[in-house]
Design a protein around this ligand. Structure first.
Ligand code: GCW
Length: 709
């Protein structure tokens, strides 16, 4: 009996397990399997049967013309790998041909014509049920990008182009800037330690370096500045050149060139010279020899990135020279071999004017004086990666200088990796901005490129949170094609990363699209900026007024008192508006007409100023904080309903971050309102929830251990 019941029990358990398994797999494809996010958007999850069938009509074995080495071989390998994941063993029997234009057959020659004059990395794809699929390019990197684009088509919800379609990069340089220090600490990094294991290089190459290169290549990123702009000079020493060479060799097949941040005082720091004056012949010779040394090891070394005379970094102004003197000296050392990327993020202690005006004032007079291989890299806005800033007035104002756009993928001022904020809408807002001087920002930077301060780290999911992977992805996609819409990018990423189910995408894509605005609402609504607490930049600190340099203080930015709030940047104030083209300035000059998301950036207004809603400014501000908090709650609710579509491990991780975000959205709102009330003495509008604690409580919170400092 006992024994018999045991068998029955075992059968029962087996049936139950089977039933559970069927239920789970029936729920939503990939949802059953736990995932940790390491594979990013390159998961290559199996296609559902109907999509797989359609894909097999145009896909099959990969045929690579040419010798199959290097990057072209990498391209073939990636297609094999992707299709193995998505289609399994049955790939269909149409061939996939990868060919450089010189290897095209007579009948395919017309594809070469499609690519005539296209920039490096361009490719063409044509998928035909009769002829199979062909990816053609003029260079190997184009084949690699084409391979990834083909996989994106198969995996995403857009069919492969039947008529040949040409894809061209929108700008030549698509660079990650790592603020990683050689000791493994990442400045403003919220995803653990640095991914670069300098200590063990050159002998030991972490396999993660290859996965990193794959991820970048898959979205068109073609260069990486591997060290912090607050640079250590010793990274130019021979032992580091050897380490760098190992990385360059590993990344070459993925089309990634290495760049270094250079400390301007290196000739003094490590070169034994008395000076780093850019006009001193010995200094010039030192840099020249240094460049030769680097190029001997790394023939395709990309170039040098420099932060000079900014936040205590050395620079040419230390010797009474200009930014152009400094940049051109390095440009001469590199010659045609590489590029000097000179940052425009400068502000100096002595300058009494509005910090938002300083970069323009220092750089615009130098227009036309930079060497051909110098690019000036300009942050998206005139202050510093705030949740919202108007575009930088330098864009469009230096027609004779190559300007590059610098964005920040790591969310220093948008809640680190804990808050969900999809940044594509922020970057397209800048790229699409009409400078009023003959083009949009995207057009201004098209001859140069775009840089993104990376959010990678040693965390298993690379970016500290799953949704922050989307910002890395969006950066690459936009640098490749700045005309892509945020919605298309969000959809593509979410389908690759989580689930292709329409019900999932219909919920998660709108949530991503509004997420950055949500953060701006509960942190710094209506054009407020830089109210983050000192040092770590996490959480509110609008009360900080006593730091030695005026522009380090949140009070400097909000200028609030009993009478009103906001920074007057019109003609009655700092007149930063004047740095913009007249048409642009006009749209922001009148507080009654301005897009109110920029209101307090440009205007100082009384608390009872009638907002466009008709409500007094104070009431309007409170309403926007409240809306931000409500939206954070709504994101958590939306996500909780999406568990059927996402594996439990990643679903839970995101839910936990959203719980942090809900709590901290309240913290931001409550602390800010308590502080504003301490200045304006106003009651909250009727029906509004009072801050949970008093102002002293919020002011007492300190976080010396916050990451990324
Ligand atoms: O946003 C600020 C950061 C600094 C950073 C600086 C810069 C690398 O707080 O950590 O330094 O910008 O862009 O140089």
């Amino acid at each position: 009996m006992m024994r018999g019941r045991g068998v029955v029990n075992r059968i029962g358990a087996w049936l139950a397990a089977l039933l559970l398994g069927v239920l789970a797999s029936g729920l939503a494809g990939a949802a059953a399997q736990a995932e940790d996010g390491y594979d990013l958007w390159l998961r290559h999850a199996p296609l559902d049967p109907a999509r797989a069938e359609a894909a097999r009509e145009v896909l099959g074995p990969v045929e690579l013309r040419g010798d199959g080495s290097g990057t072209a071989g990498t391209a073939r390998g990636e297609i094999e790998r992707g299709l193995a994941g998505m289609l399994g063993a049955d790939r269909g029997n149409r061939s996939i041909t990868l060919a450089l234009t010189q290897d095209l057959t007579e009948g395919e020659r017309w594809l070469a014509a499609e690519l005539a004059g296209a920039p490096p990395g361009s490719f063409v794809i044509a998928a035909d049920p009769n002829a199979g699929t062909i990816v053609a390019a003029r260079d190997d990197t184009g084949l690699l990008y084409g391979a990834f684009a083909l996989l994106r088509h198969v995996a995403g919800d857009r069919p492969l182009p039947e008529v040949a379609r040409t894809y061209r990069p929108g700008m030549p340089l698509r660079l990650l800037n790592h603020w990683d220090n050689p000791d493994g600490h990442v400045e403003r990094g919220y995803a653990g330690r640095s991914i670069f294991d300098w200590w063990h290089l050159p002998e030991r190459l972490d396999p993660r370096m290859i996965d990193y290169a794959r991820a970048n290549a898959s979205i068109g990123i073609n260069g990486a500045v591997v060290n912090n702009v607050n640079a250590r000079a010793f990274m130019l020493e021979p032992r580091y050149i050897a380490k760098l060479k190992r990385l360059a060799d590993a990344w070459r097949p993925y089309g990634i060139r290495v760049y270094l941040s250079a400390r301007f005082s290196a000739p003094r720091d490590i070169g034994g010279l008395e000076t780093a004056d850019p006009l001193d012949p010995a200094v010039r010779a030192w840099w020249h020899a240094k460049a030769d040394e680097i190029y001997a090891a790394i023939p395709d070394f990309g170039g040098l990135l420099v932060k000079a005379n900014s936040e205590g970094q050395p620079g040419p102004q230390d010797y009474g020279r200009t930014h152009a003197d400094g940049a051109n000296m390095l440009a001469e050392a590199l010659g045609t071999r590489g590029t000097v990327i000179w940052r425009a993020f400068v502000y100096s202690a002595e300058d009494e004017t509005d910090r938002a005006k300083q970069a323009y004032e220092e750089f615009v007079p130098l227009d036309g004086r930079f060497a051909d291989n110098v690019i000036v890299q300009v942050k998206n806005g005139p202050i510093d990666f705030q949740p919202r800033e108007p575009f930088h007035p330098m864009f469009g104002a230096m027609p004779n200088t190559k300007l590059m756009l610098e964005t920040q993928i790591t969310k220093e001022y948008l809640g680190f990796a804990s808050h969900l904020a999809f940044l594509a809408p922020m970057w397209t807002e800048v790229l699409d901005a009409d400078t009023g001087r003959g083009g949009t920002v995207a057009e201004v930077v098209a001859p140069a490129g775009m840089a993104g301060v990376a959010n990678t780290g040693s965390d298993r999911n690379w970016s500290g949170s799953h949704f922050d992977q989307a910002n890395w992805y969006a950066f690459g996609r936009l640098a490749w094609d700045p005309s892509l819409s945020s919605e298309d990018i969000a959809r593509e990423w979410a389908a690759l990363t989580f689930s292709r189910e329409e019900a999932f995408l219909a919920a998660v894509v709108p949530m991503m699209l509004s997420s950055r605005e949500t953060v701006a609402r509960y942190m710094t609504p209506m054009g407020l900026a830089h109210l983050m607490d000192t040092g770590h930049h996490y959480g509110p600190g609008p009360w900080v007024c006593d730091l030695p340099r005026p522009e380090w203080n949140p009070c400097y930015y909000h200028r609030a008192d009993a009478g009103g709030i906001g920074f007057d940047r019109t003609a009655t104030g700092s007149n930063a508006l004047e740095q913009y083209a007249p048409g642009v300035a006009a749209a922001w000059a009148d507080p009654a007409e301005i897009d109110e998301r920029y209101l307090l950036w440009f205007h100082h207004l009384p608390w009872d100023y009638p907002a466009q809603s008709g409500r007094p400014l104070w009431d309007e501000l409170v309403a926007r904080y409240d809306r931000g908090v409500a939206e954070a709650d709504a994101m958590a609710q939306t996500w909780s309903e999406l568990s059927p579509y996402v594996d439990p491990q990643r679903h839970r991780a995101v839910a936990e971050s959203l719980a942090i975000q809900r709590r901290e959205a309240r913290w931001w709102r409550d602390a800010s309102l308590a502080y504003w009330q301490s200045l304006n003495g106003l009651d909250l509008p009727p029906g509004t929830r009072a801050p949970e604690h008093d102002l002293d409580y919020y002011r007492s919170l300190v976080f010396p251990e916050a990451p990324g400092r």
